[in-house]
Write a protein of this length. Structure first.
Length: 206
């Protein structure tokens, strides 16, 4: 295992001004920052992944988090967030998972974004130019029923990941979907007459 080797850092930004032919009352910015690194584990099976995780995860968080927060205009500009990792065809999916499913990485993003919620994710193995897909939800736990912030952003890096590389990415959005109007799960539960555990609100209907 060697030190952290970062080949490139990529930023992706999109601002949605019109959706469905209707101008957005509030334009939606979605942004991502991704690092393309040489895998610390290569293609051989490695029983203990922790040394590589400890050597890489915090460094990647320290690189990507402030860069992404700046693209969003500060933590107050982030309402939804997520993460993703793609390992090249020479590695294991566990290698991608190891670098993003650790508090050494995720907590840095939660702190930087002023968040307290679970970070949705994707991790997969694929070749160069694959779609890097980042699912997002509201950054605060008390807003977890807000379907408005169920978002997905996608971008590609034409030459990454190479077989011996891993792409690690963070995503953010400035709000929910531009014209969201499907309601949240609490509205659905009220319509169905059940509480959060699925129990009837009216015991007589049990």
């Amino acid at each position: 295992m060697t030190g952290v080797v970062i080949r490139k850092v990529v930023d992706f930004v999109e601002d949605t001004l019109v959706e469905g032919g209707k101008p957005a009352a509030r334009p939606l910015r979605m942004a991502a920052c991704a690092a393309v690194i040489r895998s610390p584990w290569g293609s051989a099976y490695v029983e203990d992944l922790q040394p590589g995780i400890h050597a890489h995860a915090a460094i990647l968080g320290e690189l990507l988090v402030p860069r992404l927060v700046a693209l969003m205009g500060g933590p107050e500009g982030i309402e939804a967030f997520g993460k993703a990792a793609v390992v090249g065809t020479g590695g294991e999916i566990e290698h991608a998972a190891g670098l993003i499913h650790t508090l050494h990485f995720g907590n840095l993003y939660r702190t930087g974004a002023g968040a307290d919620s679970f970070l949705p994710f994707t991790n997969k193995r694929a070749g160069a130019g694959t779609a890097i897909t980042i699912p997002m939800t509201h950054k605060m736990q008390d807003s977890k029923g807000a379907r408005s912030h169920f978002l997905t952003m996608e971008f590609t890096i034409p030459d990454a990941p190479a077989p011996d590389e891993i792409v690690v990415a963070l995503g953010a959005a400035s709000g929910g979907r531009v014209h969201e109007r499907i309601g949240d799960r609490f509205k659905d539960m009220a319509f169905m007459g059940v509480d959060q555990a699925g129990r009837p609100l009216d015991p007589k209907k049990a």
